[in-house]
Write a protein that binds this ligand. Structure first.
Ligand code: NAD
Ligand code: UDP
Length: 316
């Protein structure tokens, strides 16, 4: 008997990005299995999906093998913010590397297509600007960010070896800084930190002098990119950069957030963390060409929705 709904596994599905992806896949008519160990994700992110008969939640740690029958796998499981991934760095590397091995093994056994949520961190503190996919990066292999950066780099290696050796159908996305509702209020990432600080009238903490740059992508744009990449022809393996090319300094992000909220918060400066990249901007030429994808949501519109989310959350 053939089953008309695509069965899709989302690891890390209770996290910020994963919960939006599960929502989108359900809207597209997929049968979604969300596997998460709730290390940084929370049930609240997917509580509204639990009544949907095509949504299934499973507590599972990807460092252990998983035996399920699925057609597609999105492998997102991994803490993503610096304070979360540095809390237990050994576990972070295990999650990326053992997690990739287990999910690739599953994909091989059930002949599923598999997507890896990689990261702009594979470029480290980049000397090439904006970053193109052929740039090999400048990563410190023994610094405090290495558990995440090198874990993700090794996961990419595994994906491409399974592709070469076992002809697996792979998709690798290198995700640049993404923001939106359901970011964890205490994950220490810059957008959530600034918004929560401004809403609570506490000082806005800029690390360094704020001249370092990032490029911020709204979550809906990112998820659209994921789905397009997964549905692209098999020769489009990636890696493909997914991010918003509009680059800004951290200082100007702070000023924008304060102005949008009308906050009285003062801006204060803390030391720049070790190995904090000075600049980051995706070149999305490949995503434009192969996926017909580019971000649509301007920063002000995305921040407005994110601020509304945190305002409601803090209010409750
Ligand atoms: P998040 O922390 O909100 O989500 C990660 C999810 O993975 C959480 O639900 C967490 O509980 C789960 N998880 C962690 N370890 C696990 C394990 N061993 N087994 C099962 N589940 C586990 O982070 P996010 O921002 O939603 O990131 C999702 C993915 O996207 C990550 O792989 C991250 O590296 C990647 N990414 C995100 C960004 C971004 O800006 N948000 C940028 C680059 C890459
Ligand atoms: N940052 C900051 N203040 C904060 C949190 C972060 O100035 O309260 C800076 C951080 O040092 C980095 C940038 O904002 O230069 C983005 O940090 P984030 O942790 O969001 O992402 P990543 O460094 O992984 O790009």
């Amino acid at each position: 008997m053939t089953y008309e709904r695509k069965r899709v596994l989302v690891t890390g599905g209770a996290g910020f990005v994963g919960s939006h992806l599960c929502e989108r896949l359900l809207a597209d008519g997929c049968d979604v299995l969300c596997a998460d160990n709730f290390y940084t994700g929370v049930k609240e992110n997917i509580a509204h999906l639990l009544d949907n008969p095509y949504f299934e939640l499973m507590r599972h740690d990807v460092t252990w093998p998983l035996y399920v029958e699925v057609d597609e796998i999105y492998n997102l499981a991994c803490p993503a913010s610096p304070i979360h991934y540095q809390r237990d760095p050994v576990q972070t590397t295990k999650t990326s590397v053992h997690g990739a091995i287990n999910m690739l093994g599953l994909a091989k056994r059930v002949k599923a297509k598999i997507f890896q949520a990689s990261t702009s961190e594979v470029y480290g503190d980049p000397e090439v600007h904006p970053q193109t996919e052929d740039y090999r990066g400048c990563v410190n292999p023994i610094g405090p960010r290495a558990c995440y950066d090198e874990g993700k780099r090794c996961a990419e290696t595994l994906f491409f070896d399974y592709w070469r050796q076992h002809k697996l159908r792979i998709r690798v996305a290198r995700i640049f800084n993404t923001y939106g509702p359901r970011m964890h209020p205490n994950d220490g990432r810059v957008v959530s930190n600034f918004i929560v600080q401004a809403l609570e009238g506490r000082p806005i903490t800029i690390y360094g002098d704020g001249s370092q740059t990032r490029s911020f992508c709204y979550i809906d744009d990112l998820v659209e990119g994921f789905v397009r990449l997964m549905n692209a022809p098999d020769e489009v393996t990636g890696p493909v950069n997914l991010g918003n090319p509009v680059e800004m300094t951290v200082k100007s992000l702070a000023e924008t957030v304060v102005a949008m909220i009308g906050s009285k918060s003062e801006i204060i400066f803390h030391p720049l963390p070790t190995d904090d990249p000075l600049q980051r901007q995706p070149n999305i030429g490949l995503a434009r060409e192969k996926l017909g994808w580019e971000p649509k949501v301007p920063l002000a519109a995305g921040l407005e929705k994110t601020i509304a989310y945190f305002r409601a959350k803090l209010g409750s």
